[in-house]
Design a protein around this ligand. Structure first.
Ligand code: GLN
Ligand code: ZN
Length: 750
């Protein structure tokens, strides 16, 4: 190793989609065949160049490199080490085309599986490994981009997904022998990482960052031993850059002493989520030879950093580590680019916000303050405390007391609902949304922009609702929906109608590939100034004698898909949202709606990474849901919808929600979900029998086979027939055909 400069202030990663989603446009245009590879590469290089120069000019001591990705950094890592599943290797594609085929699939070749990255809303592609996987340095992207940055005058610190986290995120490929686990491949993988480090060192890289967020979750002794082995191996290599190992998304607990005892030069800690690593570090004398990156600037949320708190945390480490640098708690990938471009925000809210660009400036100024001591107060920021408004909610909660949940026993409810709804066995329904064509989207956008007035907008939406209602009657569905034409997004729509939320114009964050979301910002006390959905649902119910199902998004999902205030426990915020929705449920019921669905697709997503934190989470999330639904009469039927099909740790929680009917995804897994759920959920259950992720129209025969399989675990009085999820992204024609088959299949099985 050559003499190397210290790291200096740094961030663990940066957004890459482009401040105006330039990357999204470039890749989608390439996918559509509207532009060529040169144009795509040019756009990508331009984004990388501006990121490097901006970060370097902002005064970071070390600029992260290799943070660009066309689609996903886990996919990039798989390509780097040559983990290309056979079905793609056989296609004879190269470079970007191979990458996109793995990400999106091509004719007859299914894409790799997409799943959530830890507890974020980012999704990664799951590497598929088997005992026969032959790692090799296949794609030298990290080296290429390092040299490219040198070419524009910036020294970067290439960021790599750490080898152990790579294996822990991977799954055994289909057909791999029983007992094989990806971690079995650690040694051959380390060789390739070693070779890559050697090439990066030879190219001139002084530091490399290896991300090991997997250690923010509970890990076995064996997995900790793998971490130890990995960094001992990489550390003893002679021709290599210095190593910064980054743990994030929480404390890394037992992984910290392992890394401290190993030969790496620096460790990055997330000091935002949890302070336990801070305490543990004090007891580790080996850290005196190392650099600690104090992740005191929140990489996942959008609030400005409280200067005193951040400096106090970083300062605690001064006596512990050889050197302390200021950093972010994780990559800034999870926040939008720049808050100063937002012109529509209330200045009182805007003043409290920091997006990626502002966070970089915070890191630099905190670093200066830590080194030099703060000389003037102009750069410091103190977070405002909770406001008096918060107490209004607490007071209301107190008045409600513990009996906010007033529903009768299952038998009482079944009897009351049967009497009022008169549904036969295996009723048919849908999950809420109907296909949204470009006219609906254009009308909504025009109304939002003010070019379509309220009256005309309402007329058009009502016409669409009426069309959808007539269609459902004609198809023969039992429980109807209004179709959700007025909703842009199931969370954003409610955020726009509740007090305490702000929305942005350009606050895009990558969700997966080219798909970006604009999470609303929950900044204050949440309340409902006036009814939100009641007029639409009442209008829809007025069109038909069949029961109309009203549609709400639940409190946990609203929190999960928003940026949420961090000055009070999440559970308190969840209760505020719950109370606001409780008012809506009450008004819907008073308006005569007999069925109300509260969607909670994010219930499992928000589950804490560490087991020890889960019971408390489940407590408050179930409580918030029951706060929403617990005030209705026994004769009002509460539905909930959960998108996925693997319930694991939340099976009991689902039962505890105590909904009268729960609908879940099940078609693709051929009702496998019922093994888990059939017994756990004691009330109505609607396992999806139409896979809405595919444009294929299922035959009535296929659907009735699924229903027949379902009656084996769920008595027919409790069974519902419905699609897996909302129909919003599907085409009208396929949906109509599929729903006709669904109705026919339910009839046959009855
Ligand atoms: N009611 C919503 C819809 O049908 C539910 C969407 C979801 O579960 N993600 O679109
Ligand atoms: Zn769904």
């Amino acid at each position: 190793m050559t003499e190397t400069a210290p790291l200096g202030p740094t961030v663990l990663g940066y957004p890459r989609i482009g401040p105006k989603r330039e990357l999204k446009r470039a890749v989608e245009s390439y996918w559509a065949g509207k532009s060529d590879l040169d144009a795509l590469r040019h756009a990508a290089a331009e984004l990388r160049r501006t990121t490097w120069t901006e970060l370097s000019e902002a005064g970071l001591g070390s600029v992260p490199g290799n943070t660009f990705s066309y689609y996903d950094q886990v996919l990039d890592a798989a390509l780097t080490v040559g983990a290309v599943p056979d079905r793609f290797a056989e296609l004879n594609l190269r470079d970007e085309d191979l990458l996109f085929a793995m990400a999106r699939g091509t004719e007859g070749v299914p894409a790799m599986e997409l799943t959530k990255f830890f507890d974020t809303n980012y999704h990664y592609l799951v590497p598929e490994l088997g005992p026969d996987t032959n790692f090799e340095l296949f794609d030298r992207k990290p080296v290429r981009e390092y040299l490219e940055a040198v070419g524009v005058g910036v020294q970067t610190r290439p960021v790599l997904l750490g080898p152990v986290t790579f294996l822990l995120l991977a799954k055994a490929r289909a057909g791999a022998p029983d007992g094989f686990v990806p971690l079995d491949l650690l040694d051959p993988l380390l060789e390739v990482y070693g070779q890559l480090l050697g090439e990066l060192g030879a190219a001139g890289a002084q530091w490399v960052q290896l991300d090991e967020p997997a250690f923010a979750a509970d890990r076995t002794e064996e997995e900790l031993a793998a971490l130890d082995r990995a960094y001992r191996y990489l550390g003893q290599l002679t021709e290599r850059p210095r190593l910064l190992v980054a743990g994030y998304f929480g404390n890394i607990g037992p992984a910290l002493p392992v890394l401290a005892a190993g030969p790496v030069e620096a460790i990055a800690l997330d000091l935002v989520t949890n302070q336990s690593d801070l305490d543990a570090a004090a007891g580790l004398p080996q850290l005196r030879d190392k650099t600690l990156v104090a992740g005191v600037v929140d990489g996942r949320n959008i609030w400005r950093t409280d200067t005193d708190t951040a400096l106090a945390r970083a300062a605690t480490l001064l006596g512990v580590a050889g050197r302390v640098e200021i950093g972010t708690s994780c990559s800034l990938l999870h926040v939008p680019y720049d808050v100063t471009v937002e012109t529509g925000l209330d200045p009182d809210v805007a003043r409290r916000l920091a997006f990626a660009k502002q966070k970089v400036a915070e890191v630099v100024s905190l670093s200066r303050a830590l080194r030099e001591g703060r000389t003037d107060g102009t750069e410091s920021y103190t977070k405002p405390g909770r406001t008096a408004a918060d107490d209004r909610t607490s007071a209301r909660l107190e008045r409600l007391g513990t009996d906010h949940y007033r529903r009768g026993t299952a038998q009482q409810r079944i009897a009351a609902q049967q009497e009022r709804l008169r549904l036969g066995p295996i009723p048919t329904t849908t999950i809420g949304s109907f296909p949204q064509n470009s006219q609906i989207r254009a009308d909504r956008a025009a109304h939002h922009a003010g070019t379509l007035d309220d009256a005309e907008y309402e007329r058009r939406m009502r016409a669409e609702i009426e069309r959808v209602v007539r269609l459902q009657e004609e198809i023969g569905l039992d429980v109807l929906v209004h179709g959700e034409a007025e909703r842009n997004d199931m969370v954003q729509y409610f955020a726009e109608h509740l007090d305490g939320f702000a929305t942005t114009d350009l606050g895009w964050v990558q969700s997966y590939g080219s798909r970006c979301v604009r999470p609303p910002i929950l900044y204050g006390e949440v309340s409902r100034p006036e009814p939100i959905t009641v007029a639409w649902s009442t209008f829809a119910q007025g069109l038909t004698d069949r029961p109309m199902k009203a549609m709400l998004t639940g409190p946990v999902t609203i929190l999960a898909w928003s940026f949420v205030r961090d000055d009070q426990p999440l559970g308190v915020t969840a209760r505020q949202v719950g109370l606001a929705l409780r008012d809506e449920v009450h008004d819907l019921e008073a308006a005569g709606l007999r069925i109300i669905q509260v969607d909670e697709p994010a219930l499992r997503e928000l589950l804490p990474l560490r087991e020890a934190d889960r019971p408390a989470y489940l407590d408050w999330s179930i409580d918030a849901f029951r706060l929403v639904t617990g005030g209705v009469a026994d004769s009002t039927q509460i539905h909930t919808h959960l998108c996925y099909s693997e319930f694991g740790a939340v099976v009991d929680a689902i039962d505890a929600l105590d909904a009268d009917v729960t609908t879940v995804e099940a078609a693709r897994s051929k009702m496998e979900v019922l093994d888990d759920l059939g017994n756990a959920v004691k009330r109505g259950l609607g396992p999806g029998v139409y896979d809405v992720h595919s444009p294929d129209v299922p035959e009535a025969g296929e659907i009735s086979d699924l229903l027949r399989a379902a009656v084996k675990s769920v008595p027919r009085e409790r069974l519902w027939a419905n699609p897996d999820c909302g129909l919003k992204t599907r085409g009208e024609r396929e949906v109509v055909a599929a729903l006709r088959n669904l109705v026919a299949a339910a009839k046959a099985v009855r």
